[in-house]
Design a protein around this ligand. Structure first.
Ligand SMILES: Cc1cc2nc3c(=O)[nH]c(=O)nc-3n(C[C@H](O)[C@H](O)[C@H](O)COP(=O)(O)O)c2cc1C
Length: 250
């Protein structure tokens, strides 16, 4: 089984391939590796049923020059969006480790909207890419400054987890470090209207929080920081600025 902690170094190398230009053919062996990895991913909520399928890009509305798309289906209950984000980011980092470029593709649609009663949620497109087309200096990527996403005592990992990907780069997270507990909030700037409609923002940002939690845990594990995780339900509507989503007691 793949050692999940090895994925830490992929954080620095991953990026979104908005267009898979100059890619190489993704082999059947690549697809086999990805499907074998998918079986090993750890969900955040094991009681929420999910299905993950790999299809050719041309079976979807994604036309970014990828070869395949990973389709995520879920029972639409509880924090299922957060769960998909958490699962999907493991796959995003694993693909990076194989020099397979990936793109979380929120706007993508597929013919099969439902399988076995599970709803289609989101996809990740992928294609093998040359190693030198991956990220060379993560710290040059566009992100909010640290003080906009973290309060309380600083930790080295804050400046790594800051580079978590999110839909439209919204970065909807805020961490409060209080008495050795990291409180992770889903953050929504009051009154701020971006290019996305509000229902979509709420949908994607719940996925983003799952992605962020996986990144945060990967960083904590890498540094050997032990923690107890408590997950909280996200029942907030679009008017709420900060929604406490998880606590990590260190
Ligand atoms: C949940 C989610 C949905 C996304 N949907 C799209 C999309 O529909 N189209 C697109 O071009 N990029 C999409 N992205 C990629 C983001 O724009 C990208 O992650 C962000 O700008 C940060 O850049 P980076 O991933 O290169 O670090 C999505 C990312 C996430 C996490």
């Amino acid at each position: 089984m793949y050692n999940m902690n090895n994925l830490y170094k992929e954080i620095f190398k991953r990026k979104s391939f908005h267009f898979f230009i100059g890619g190489e053919p993704t082999t059947e062996e690549d697809v086999k590796l990805v499907s074998d990895f998918i079986i090993t991913v750890e969900p955040l909520y094991p009681d929420i049923k999910t299905e993950i399928r790999i299809v050719k890009e041309n079976e979807t509305t994604c036309h970014r020059g990828a070869d395949y798309c990973i389709l995520f289906y879920s029972e639409p209950k509880g924090e299922y969006l957060r769960n998909i984000g958490y699962i999907g980011e493991q796959i995003d980092l694993y693909l990076t480790s194989l020099n397979i470029g990936a793109l979380w593709f929120g706007i993508g649609k597929t013919k099969e909207k439902e399988i076995e009663g599970l709803e289609y949620v989101i996809m990740i497109a992928f294609k093998r890419m040359p190693e030198n087309s991956f990220r060379k200096d993560m710290f040059k990527s566009k992100r909010k400054p640290l003080d906009e996403i973290w309060s309380g005592e600083q930790m080295d990992i804050a400046n790594i987890v800051r580079f978590t990907p999110s839909a439209c780069n919204t970065q909807p997270w805020f961490v409060e470090n209080k008495e050795n507990t990291l409180e992770v909030h889903r953050y929504k700037k009051p009154g701020k209207r971006g290019i996305m409609p509000m229902d979509k923002v709420m949908f994607y940002n719940r996925i983003d929080i799952g992605i962020f939690l996986y990144m945060l845990e990967t960083c904590l594990n890498e540094k050997g920081i032990k923690y107890q995780r408590e997950l909280l339900p996200d029942l907030s509507d679009s008017e709420v600025e900060k929604t406490l989503s998880a606590k990590y007691k260190m």
